[in-house]
Design a protein. Sequence first.
Length: 368
Amino acid sequence: MKVTISVIKADVGGLVGHHVVPEELEETAWAILEEAKDELLFDFDVSHVGDDLILIMTHDKGEDSEEIHGLAWNVFQEAAEVAKEMGLYGAGQDLLKNAFSGNIRGMGPGVAEMTIEERPSEPIIVFGADKTEAGAWNLPLYRMFADPFNTAGLIIDPHLHMGFRFEVWDLIDHKKVIMSTSEEMYDLLALIGSPGRFAIKRVFPKPGHLINENEPVAVASTERLYEEAGRYVGKDDPVMVVRAQHGLPAVGEVMEPFAFPHLVEGWMRGSHWGPLMPVSVRDAKPTRFDGPPRVIALGYQLKNGMLIGPEDMFDDPSFDRARQIANEIADYMRRHGPFEPHRVSFHDLEYTTMPAVLDKLKDRFEPL
Ligand code: 13P
Ligand code: 13P
Ligand code: MG
Ligand code: MG
């Protein structure tokens, strides 16, 4: 059966500051989606990472459905109202527009959707990250689907051995390109090694795979909040859905990249590089310097469109060491204070205070 998985997230307010989504907001979301369940949705779940509320919905309306996006928008609006009543910080932060006009893209929330022919056993992992940007998924997605040092199946399983196709978006020039691995590994890395500019949007199998070549096996949100808002209001805090097993990376191969807490852009005021720390939902509460950036993973078995789960995948002592390393990297990076490369590059500060500082000094600058 055909199922669309829509994962849509937004920051509609945090308790305390940009710390966490309080229960009240999740309950609001839950109540609205529960009502929509038989009419619009097969099933749903509500979760959060830090101050980002995550809606996980399954249905048969396809991607970019006005009904589904409208439902999500309605949930975020209602939750933002509750956030306002509670005086939460940044109430309605990611809701950039007033009126919904058919599609939630470009309105602030992040969207990751895929339509698939559900397999007899369909393990999926929904990832959510707080205090970072869309390109944060580049390194883990590459490792899962293209790096045999991560994914043993690329060597061992004939369907993985064929390689995959990566849909890469140029986030500045708004263009996309599909690149094939292993043939184009180096060209792919040339692009996605710059995660502020190029982000992996989808991964597809190749022709001849068990899964149809037009069906995504992974999809990420690539919305850039500051571009949509025209100013800094918060970070993108992206989500992603990855399918696993049976010709795809095993669940453990999907999780493995996060054993290395790679450096991502975001953290305090969206303006600092820091390690991406894999945590249980319980610990998805960035505190130190508003971070370090966090990632959660929710595991489900999808069956007849129903979500069986979630399993809190990083609630596992085998990720303790990644968390410890992330804390060590956090100490090291923090000691740079306002210096690059802890602080993001001069170019990336263009959207925050840098123009104001330069403007103030413009009459005092003398030619050399
Ligand atoms: P599948 O080939 O069924 O995905 O299982 C692989 C496996 O056992 C992973 O460790
Ligand atoms: P969020 O993007 O998670 O709202 O964080 C904003 C911020 O400025 C944290 O310091
Ligand atoms: Mg926030
Ligand atoms: Mg956030």
